[in-house]
Design a protein around this ligand. Sequence first.
Ligand SMILES: Cc1ncc(COP(=O)(O)O)c(C=O)c1O
Length: 530
Amino acid sequence: MIEYTDTRGLTDRPRAFSEAILEGLAPGGGLFVPVGLPAVPLADIVTLAARPYHERAALVYEAFGLDMSAARTAAISAAAYGDNFDDPAIAPVRKVGDHFVLELWHGPTLAFKDMALQCMPLFFSEALEMAHTAGRTDLDYLILVATSGDTGVAALNGYADRPHTRIVVYYPDAGVSAVQERQMVTQPGDNLSVFRLAGDFDDCQNAVKAVFDDADFAAELAAEHGLALSSANSINWGRLLPQVVYYMSGYADMVAAGHLAAGDPLDVCVPTGNFGNILAAYYAKRCGTPIRRLLCASNTNNVLTDFIATGTYDISSRALIKTPSPSMDILVSSNLERLLYDLTAAASDERRDDPAGGVQAAGPEGERVHDWMTQLRTSGRFAVDDDVHRRLQSLLVGAWVDNDTCLRTIGAAYAQHRYLMDPHTAIGWKVAADLRTDAPVLVASTAHWSKFAADTLRALTATPAGAPLAGKTDGDGLALLDRVVEHAPEASVPPQLRAVRDRPVRFDERVDRTREAVEQSLRDWLSAAH
Ligand SMILES: Cc1ncc(COP(=O)(O)O)c(C=O)c1O
């Protein structure tokens, strides 16, 4: 069984999977990371292609040795990856021209988040039942989510009406697309609520993290409402594990289709914001998938491109810039912390093994990461050691795409291939084209274009980013869907969005970006509704 420790060295004991998923964030603000990873033989990876996706997932989960029975894990996988997806392959690899695209948006909310969030709530319920039965807690759970758009929609869908669980989502006002907002504020379910937060995604993430850190509030929730807090953001390990599956599955599909021989190297290109998706590709590589380089694709908020190039993460004089890929408008990439932990651990292992080593006296990895995260919070920057930077550069290549190039990429790909991409995918596509060498590149396609209809329409009509669209545009962005299809007849509005069009708006409340305001919104909602 793989156990989990935390990135800042502050947990008193390792956790089992079921405990890590319930806790979400580790005590002291760090993130749970696996202690060791399974080595999955290449033969097992390539034979995944012969199985349906839910069996692929169950096999990977089994390799991770979860503290749940194989029968339960298989049942959870079967329930998570079925006809709730609009493609039986669940995460198909498409060859488009000479690009390979891993389509991760066939789930109910049309973004890659469904790949994890159709599954994680089922793991969560199982873990909660185990904890209740074992008498480890008698509390129910309140899931708090900060979203740059897609996570909120997918988490609401996944957790709606789950027993013993409530979920509240905070999204930045004017920071998500019209369709994403509409998906959230119309979500049915008796156990959920949604708030617009005055700020950007980093403000949302900070406010929610501050609530997690407030021990007095946790005590109040337990005493007055019988609730403990947890997270459905990718800071929760339960989000990352299901994402590891599709990189292994994608490799297997490419071998089965004859695009690769088993064992050939594959580069993976991931449009990146909070660093969760690309980190899952890293774990897939470490488990044995022959992934060579991870291409980290950014938008104008290119802090990660600079970090990979220089080893210094510096947001001290950066302001967040709004782009056509709003779900990547992030400056504090939370999951980078997990990679830094791993690279620091590898660097200190090497020094321990090398009698001539030890030039830089790095402390235990948790302490180093703790230091860097403290520096980031207090001064907006940190610089990693040279050997960690060297390891980072041997693994990751970063590049970024400006707003107009992003839109031109969508227009050109549609004109050339009749393939319509969303702006996040377009960033991955362009970086893959720019950085490709001798190995094929698999581009993670993270959302369906319809979630970003206004910018897709700009792309198809050669309208610059940010410029007003000619013709009729309605307030909620849904009318634009039909206009996109007029310009791109091969594309169609997915049925998942037709239902959203007809649902009434349920939530329209704005909160301030402080911890106090977020806590008060929770108190008010819990008292009124329950
Ligand atoms: C469509 C889309 N693309 C890319 C990303 C970035 O993924 P990550 O935050 O895992 O790096 C997100 C995340 O919000 C997203 O919704």
